[in-house]
Design a protein around this ligand. Structure first.
Ligand code: FAD
Length: 362
């Protein structure tokens, strides 16, 4: 058996690395080691995954690779919410408001034109665009549908334990050069292939050094108040790249109030002025959050900052040979790493399978 196995080292234990390891581990012939600087339970701005809300709000433009990855991830996440609620994923009603002045000027989560519904409306059985008579002043359209919300503090450890169940071994390491990861395989023999799921830090990883990956800074306020829904509103007029949104993490995870999308901003500390503005923005969006009693009634659990690993030209999922080491990349998921996680992992799985065949390894 050992001679027939294919050894894989995955670098990274964010949602990309964990989901990829889990999907690959379904093939009993793969022996997988995950090495990472940060693991579930750690908090650092450069480790994006714990900071995400997280939910499934499709953002890829119609027909894009991102849209395809999101579409194929939806079936997996909704299955987890239905059949494995212990994963920390549950269904929640969402309201997406597009202001009159923002139509067609913001991403495809929001209204692009009067004529068409978004490509993703078909994914949700109860999607509806509210009737004109139901819209509040200044709002061009409101989409209402049921999607999933993920408590990342439950889901990341759940992914990790599912991997362990399938025989994946986890090790802490800071990898300097991507080719070095091959020698970190738990078998103590060089890995046949390395999967690169380093997110933002693909910028600094030797042999990759992809400086096109930049932080899209997100700041959040986590509160005890429970709106019972998810909501967001378009905002093209913000000076601070702010956009109000809220979602309640299942399993008592509190409500995430956001946020911002500050490209190139490396400030890892919460900005108190921005935190106040986030609170006000969320209450303007949904005053019921404090039963109309104002900002003072928000009960804050913590403030946080995470860097979304933004690669403006899109995610990098491809094969490369670096210093003789076979590498499959899977990084640069920006603000949509959860909602594209299974689609991306399946794409990696196909590339790995192709290499296994090409190298006649199994
Ligand atoms: P990361 O989570 O950053 O993980 C990278 C891993 O690689 C870590 O384990 C790190 O330690 C390791 N690593 C890096 N370099 C090295 C090295 N040299 N050696 C060893 N290990 C290394 N996405 C959604 O889908 N839905 C949402 O609602 C959502 N909301 C968000 C809200 C906020 C505020 C933020 C910040 C992000 C949000 N995102 C959301 C985006 C999502 O969090 C990211 O796309 C996703 O977490 C990226 O995951 P990743 O595994 O690629 O990277």
């Amino acid at each position: 058996m050992a001679s027939q196995s294919f050894k894989i080292t995955v670098i990274g234990a964010g949602v990309s690395g964990l989901t990829t390891a889990l999907v690959l581990s379904q093939n009993p012939k793969y022996r997988i080691t995950v090495v990472a600087k940060f693991m579930p339970g750690d908090y650092d701005a450069e480790y994006a995954s714990p900071w995400a809300g997280a939910n499934f709000w499709p953002m890829g433009a119609a027909g894009s690779t991102q849209a395809e990855l999101e579409k194929s991830t939806w079936s997996e996440l909704s299955k987890l919410a239905k059949e494995y609620p212990e994963s920390g994923i549950s269904f929640q009603k969402a309201f997406i408001h597009t202001r009159v002045e923002d139509v067609g000027r913001v991403g495809s989560l929001f209204c692009q034109s009067d004529k068409n519904l978004p490509w993703w409306s078909d994914l949700f059985h109860d999607f509806k665009s509210l009737d004109q008579s139901e819209l509040t002043s200044g709002i061009h359209s409101t989409y209402e549908f049921t999607t999933v919300c993920i408590n990342t503090a439950i889901y990341l450890p759940w992914l990790l334990s599912q991997c362990i169940k399938n025989g994946v071994i986890f090790k802490r390491a800071v990898v300097k050069h991507i080719a070095d990861a091959a020698s970190l395989h738990a078998s103590q023999k060089p890995a046949d292939l390395v999967v690169n799921c380093t997110g933002l830090m693909a910028r600094n990883l030797g042999g990759v050094e992809d400086k096109t990956v930049v932080p899209a800074r997100g700041q959040v306020v986590v509160v005890r108040n429970d709106p019972g829904i998810m909501a967001t509103i378009s905002n093209t007029s913000s000076k601070n790249d702010e956009m109000a949104y809220m979602m309640s993490r299942p399993g008592g995870g509190g409500t995430i109030l956001g946020g911002c999308y500050q490209v190139g901003n490396w400030n890892a500390f919460p900005d108190p002025d921005l935190a106040e503005s986030i609170k006000k923005g969320c209450l303007a969006l949904y005053p019921e959050l404090t039963q109309g009693k104002g900002v003072e009634e928000l009960s804050v659990i913590r403030h946080g900052v995470g860097f979304r690993p933004l690669r403006p030209q899109g995610v990098r999922i491809e094969t490369e040979r670096v210093k003789g080491t076979l590498v499959v990349h899977n990084y640069g998921h920006g603000g949509w790493g959860y909602q594209s996680s299974y689609g991306s992992a399946a794409a990696v799985d196909l590339l790995v399978e192709r290499e296994v065949k090409l190298n006649a390894k199994l």
